[in-house]
Design a binder for this molecule. Sequence first.
Ligand code: GLN
Ligand code: ZN
Length: 776
Amino acid sequence: MTDPTPAFPGGTILGYPRIGRRRELKRAVEAHWAGRIDEAALEAAAAQLRSATRERLAELGLGRDDSSIPESFSYYDQVLDTAVAVGALPERFAGLRAEDGSIPLSAYFTAARGAGENAPLEMTKWFDTNYHYLVPEIGPETVFSLSSDRFAAQVAEAKAQGFTTRPVVVGPVTLLALSKAADAAPERFSPLSRLDDVLPAYVELLAALRAAGAEWVQLDEPALVSQSLGHDDAELAAAAERAYAVLSAATDRPAILVAAGYAQLSADAWRVLAASGVEAVGIDLTRGAVPAVTTGLESKTLVGGVVDGRNIWRGDLAAAWAKLEALQGLGAAAVAAGTSTSLQHVPHDLADEPDLDPRLSSWLAFADQKTQQVVTLARGLADGAGAIADEVAAASAALADRRSAAGVRDGAVRARTAALTGADFDRGDYEARLAAQDAALDLPVLPTTTIGSFPQTGDIRRARARHGKGEITTDEYEGFLRDEIHRVVDLQEDLGLDVLVHGEPERNDMVQYFAENLDGFAVTANGWVQSYGSRATRPSILWGDVSRPAPITVAWSAYAQSLTDKPVKGMLTGPVTILAWSFVRDDQPLGETANQVALALRDEIADLEAAGIGVIQVDEPALRELLPLKQADQPAYLDWSVGSFRLSTAGAADQTQVHTHLCYSEFDVVIDAIAALDADVTSIEAARSRGEVIGDIATSGFSHGIGPGVYDIHSPRVPSVDEVVELLDRAAIELPLRQVWVNPDCGLKTRGYDETVASLRNIIEATRAIREKVSA
Ligand code: GLN
Ligand code: ZN
């Protein structure tokens, strides 16, 4: 044990992006997967990245030898890293272990990605972020033991480089709370019931870290803030009490920082952690308030998470400072400045964005700038507020500038949202709409359609890249896109689909495309953020009031419609999804921003109607993912999110058929919200859960059109006619026939043409078979 005070005198961050400023890790890992570089070369690339990260963080002001630099690298995912360290891999990967029982990198990647018969671990969202972790599978038989020396090796690697860093490990309560019961486990088995068994493996891990030279370890326990994991606060707090009694009693260990970001630590967990034997607790003060005074703090360091790890705004240093002062009032041994969460959710460095408007840039902070803010605040804690007065004033001035900047508040946009009334959110009677649509569209029973995108071929991507580089003219590029649309429309006519799409070849991404065409958004050149594994997205920055300078999709949809007598479905991304997959302004409620986006979409819908488009889909795949962690916050969220969707679509005429699409199958969680969207037709994922969703829909009494996906587009498999018949049979039995639509699970953009055509052909054949059956 080391003397814990004063800890992190120069401030600390809870984690740093690991993909590399130019996505170096993605390139190295994918080259390794493709067999182009061997494991040694991959390890060398990763080591170089870690070394550069440490140097960079020291350059930004974190201490080289005081454990304030986190050792937070991951090849794929931090939950998998920890599961592997404590040996918690499912039985099906047992054969991949080394002779000594340890889990090699190859097994780690197999668990992440699957191989042959060995399905990968399931992937799901990390709290309310756009990051996805791998879900460990834990059963009564899972054997826990230290199975990887990776964490310790990285500490030793840092030592050799002259750094004393702080390894970041997912804590035992969170690891188990995020796990799912292994397939073979008895019904109602809770992985958290294995807490006592996993703790010895953590004790071993702590000893190994200490032996490698770690003076501190960070155990991430965000589960202690959440109420959405199927455990209540008291149960999680009791688990934390038990876990940290055992871990702090370990004789051979580094000092422990328990960090709980993403929301307010529960009152129970706060009391338990304060009273425990750990040396430091990190709390999120951007999403939670300063907690109540409690006992046990006299010997602890509190890391005040006052710099927001979740957004890219420069933020309010004066407010952050005030929170640190309030934290000092709790009577802890020391208070350190920190981030609210790992910085893995933000891009590396604003300096990589020379093309951003300088004024906008002055309002922003990426990971490196946030690290500097932490360092500044730490200097204030050490030397007094006066020492950082200039920095605080500069941040306040930037905020004031942002508040008053043209574009941040656009009078015309504000006048429009201020004038909204209840009627603007209401499309009126569904039965009347249905009758008008039946007359206008004249569709067969079980109408067939797709979700929007057709395969994004190499040709499409190349043409887009060449246009971006100026190698082909805009005319040439648009000609190419028209040919592509023509091909896709002809293909759908040949296949015999009923409602056609244009295929979305013009879109790089369903959110960025709209961001590029709306005022109030900026796009970055290098602002990549890890989404999962080697995948990263480049969220747009929604900084100002949103408006639509010109129609966006109308020309493409109208062109497609000109080629066919069948209805072509216009294709828009909904307000909630546009917000969810962007960095959104933090100076007004999300609902207000969503309504601005909704009005821009409403205008687009009016223009599509005027151009003769009679079916319009507004995608909301992110509706579920923005659902707040705390149940108490959920009704307000559903209110504004559903409201913004309704605002975007409620201007449509009765005979215009409004579709929406949501791509997950946890239908039961948000069924009421989906019904409240009041879309005429909703398509959802169902193929993977073998149509169980159909049962959920039937029992919920959902009354509008519904297309439970019959083709799992996440897999290259072609569904057979028989299996589609089986799914449709079930739908036709459980639901009124006039409600049912036939479609794939999601867009086809990631699929190849061969499997797409074969699958659509089978879907249509199956649909014809059912139609014949029901008409007989
Ligand atoms: N219309 C989009 C597409 O087909 C929907 C994608 C999504 O739901 N993620 O690609
Ligand atoms: Zn989808």
